[in-house]
Design a protein around this ligand. Sequence first.
Ligand SMILES: O=c1[nH]c(=O)c2[nH]c(=O)[nH]c2[nH]1
Length: 322
Amino acid sequence: MSSYLAEARYGKDKVRVFRTVREGKIYHVVEYNVEVLLEGDLETRRATYTQADNSVVVATDSMKNITYYLAKISPHVLSAERFGLHLATHLVSKYAHIHKAFVTIEQLRWARITVDGKPHNHSFLRDGDERRIVKVQVDGSQGKDKLVGNVSAGISDLLVLKSTGSAFENFIRDEYTTLVEVDDRIFSTSVDLLYTFAPFEITAPKDEKKLDFGKEQIKGEGGLAAWEGIKVGESAREITLSVFATDESASVQATLYKMGQRLIKENTAVDRATYTLPNKHYIPVDMKYIGIDNTSPSLAEVFVPVSAPSGLISATVARVGA
Ligand SMILES: O=c1[nH]c(=O)c2[nH]c(=O)[nH]c2[nH]1
């Protein structure tokens, strides 16, 4: 039976980077977990996988070093979108046989501590397990002077709960149905969101050593939005939280759709948004045995948080015509 190498991609995962940027007495900080993967002519030029020839292999250790080097010198390091674009563009520009770079960045939360009502200059707290996610792909396979950037970004593990304003009624009732219809229930989910910008053209930096990567070098609306990704990121989080809080939810599905609709409407460069929402069930405790009604929706006050199983609702909302 014969076989061949169908696909290959390799790199470094879990490169942990913490960076400070000083602005006088004020410090800005970011913490990233970075994954860097490369694709290229690893078989046609030298048989890396099939003949154990390492002569075209950029060591994954070097990719880690490049990540730290760019974290030191990149003017874009405080934005995960910009930093990812800079890192991926640098890798594809530097190595002739590397055609695609894939950078995934997880950004951990560090919020300023408030002291006497004022944000502190250099002290921070971890205000949640939620992470920002940025995925960048830079494709140089059509030529190193025609780099194409693809950026998607979003949120992972944003845990939310509302204690009313959620119902689930009129679903299929048949021989398998035990769930009762409720016009008032707890709705809790851990939001995963990934939104995608239109692909855009990047002009590779002319001065490799300087690694200058100016705003003017990214063409197209999607590119500029990815460049200004911090704003879209803030808007996406705010829309997600505000729709979750205010929607009179008929189902997780219906609330998810409203989130996606508003995200696309208010962020003109976002083409698609995929939400994945587990339905973390809170079940009212049955106290009929002791003569107490805790299960009628309006009287339910004591609940069991159920970690498994959970519902899982996922959908992509896309811009018409994109
Ligand atoms: O919002 C919901 N959607 C469902 O599809 C579903 N199914 C279920 O058992 N509970 C819920 N809740």
